[in-house]
Design a protein. Structure first.
Length: 552
């Protein structure tokens, strides 16, 4: 008997209009003991809903309408809630996408990691603490004997993700559910997290269900892959076989979306005239947080002596791991963080350090598209109101003129005009990001700051957003400052890239340089850390790769 058996699973949800919608449509698959099976598909495919059903959970407004879900011989659907609670944590554990949201900021890490073992009465406190320290060591965490005494905010994102794994493994469960656990991590951190996850799962012999939209990540950890779309299984197979010989058109679409066409290869790379004045110039910029000292430097220096330039009609990528200073640079250009030292120039004139001191034209001409559209869009406002506000603020539009322009903006980002009266919560992730972009376009800017705009999107949707950005650039002659830790995306859209490491610009790359992988050791490490559609890739990486500051 398999450890997990899902047979003809149906899940229903109630729409706002009261209609019943079937969101999982007869899904079946098995997981053997010690096997890792990946559920892969774009947003809305049902992969997380299916994974949660293995613990007897359903999302708000949903219900399991039919089928069977068996885990370690337990019929999850027929069990009462008390029996399910006994199962969760002891037999089935869960590692969330956002470890930061899984930890209580008010309690020390060790107390939270051992909690499940104590609640289920599996280990006395002293043994639970010793087991936790063993896991910290196995998960390659620094200072395993003392890291548990820290609070969640005192460790990095990569560390916190591995600590969430320790929390899931403390009870020695038979099944672990991984819900996109590396999506928010930069490539160097992701490599280390994937490596330790894979080793620990193999060493302990625990089965796993790995939810992801990233085929390259899945290729490193999964024995088998189940491809989902619109709540149905499209294809299933052994990882190597499916990657090499995918039969279903949708699986092939996922594979194609993993390889975005580089800007130069697409024939749209631009060249900057040698005498042209840059659109944006940053000269010896130093940025940080906290009170300045006698030397004029802030208490925490996040960016040090960075000089960059971006020409009209071009795109400049800012790449690096978490904490390298990428987003801090964007905040300075947007006027949200005044430089401690250095100058900024825009379109031939000096750019005031703070947004409140900038001219109306400078404010209009520099716009931001934020990483998380969920938090960037006001959930209480309709799409018409969200897009109409900058039209009124920057252009004085009202009434019919504003309504007509809102429709034009929706056309520009390839959204149906029928969405104008909806609220953000009624849109998909990709649709919300398009609204986020349309709001920036409403100002009619010259420069758009794209801060990790595709990191929260699945592969297919992210590829569509990149294509849209290219199209808009050709039509509107825009320039993008593109901040990302996704190197394939930067290659696909940027003419040049600046590599940031620990707040410093360690290398500048042309389009050709990005294809070659750079020359600086850190740049080469970044590019070598991008997962490939090869199940042997992670195992063949050099075993003595340095674990960098963000991962440690």
């Amino acid at each position: 008997m398999p450890l997990v058996s899902v047979s003809n699973l149906h899940v229903e949800a109630a729409s706002d209009a009261g209609r019943i919608i079937e969101i999982i449509k007869g899904v079946s698959f098995d997981v053997k003991e010690g096997e890792i099976v990946s559920l892969i598909g774009e947003s809305g495919s049902g992969k997380s809903t299916i994974a949660l059903s293995l613990m007897g959970y359903t999302r708000s407004g949903c219900r399991i309408a039919g089928g069977e879900v068996s885990v370690d011989g337990h019929d999850i659907i027929k069990m009462n809630e008390a029996a399910r609670e006994d199962l969760r944590g002891a037999v089935v554990s869960y590692i969330p996408q956002s470890a930061a949201a899984a930890f209580n900021p008010s309690h020390r890490i060790l107390r939270q990691v051992i909690e499940a073992a104590q609640i289920h009465g599996l280990l006395p406190e002293a043994e639970a603490k010793a087991r936790a320290i063993e896991l910290f060591r196995a998960l390659a965490l620094p200072d395993p004997e003392t890291i548990g005494q820290r609070y969640p905010h005192q460790v990095s994102g990569g560390q916190l993700q591995r600590l969430a794994a320790a929390m899931a493994l403390i009870t020695h469960p038979k099944l672990v559910i991984f819900d996109e656990p590396t999506t928010a991590l930069d490539v160097t951190t992701q490599v280390e997290v994937l490596r330790v996850f894979k080793r620990v799962m193999r060493d302990i012999g625990i089965a796993g269900v790995y939810v992801s939209h990233d085929l390259a990540v899945v290729a490193q950890v999964a024995d088998r892959i189940v491809v989902l779309r619109h709540g149905e299984v499209q294809e299933e197979g052994v990882t190597e076989d499916l990657l090499e010989g995918a039969k279903h058109p949708y699986t092939r679409e996922l594979l194609d979306a993993f390889h975005p066409v580089p800007r130069a290869a697409a024939g749209i790379a631009s060249t900057k005239p040698a005498t042209e004045t840059p659109l944006l110039e940053l000269s010896d910029l130093t940025l940080g947080y906290g009170r300045k000292g006698a030397d004029g430097l802030p208490a925490v220096v996040a960016v040090k002596d960075v000089s960059l330039s971006l020409h009209k009609g071009q795109n400049l990528g800012i790449i690096g791991e978490s904490g390298s200073g990428k987003s801090t640079l964007a905040r300075a250009v947007a006027g949200l963080l005044p430089p401690a030292m250095g100058k900024m120039r825009f379109d031939g004139g000096e750019l005031a350090p703070e947004a409140s001191a900038r001219s109306a034209d400078d404010l209009r001409n520099i716009q931001i598209v934020f990483q998380h559209a969920d938090t960037a869009l006001n959930p209480r406002r309709s799409i018409h109101e969200i897009l109409g506000r900058p039209l009124s603020f920057y252009h004085g539009m009202k009434g019919a003129q504003r309504a007509a322009r809102v429709d034009e903006l929706l056309d520009m980002v390839h959204l149906p005009r029928s969405l104008r009266d909806r609220h953000p919560g009624e849109l998909s992730g990709g649709q919300k990001q398009r609204v986020n972009l349309a709001r920036a376009l409403a100002a009619d800017p010259k420069l758009i700051l794209c801060d990790e705009v595709t990191s929260a999107l699945d592969t297919v949707v992210a590829a569509a957003i990149i294509d849209l950005l290219k199209e808009l650039q050709r039509e509107l002659h825009l320039s993008y400052l593109f901040i990302s830790h996704d190197l394939s995306t930067v290659r696909a859209i940027c003419d040049e890239a600046a590599v940031m490491y620990l707040g410093e610009n360690v290398e500048n790359l042309s389009a050709a340089g990005m294809e070659m992988g750079g020359t600086h050791p850190y740049t080469r490490l970044l590019f070598s850390s991008v997962p490939r559609l090869d199940p042997t890739w992670l195992d063949t990486l050099e075993q003595d790769r340095p674990i960098l500051a963000a991962a440690q």
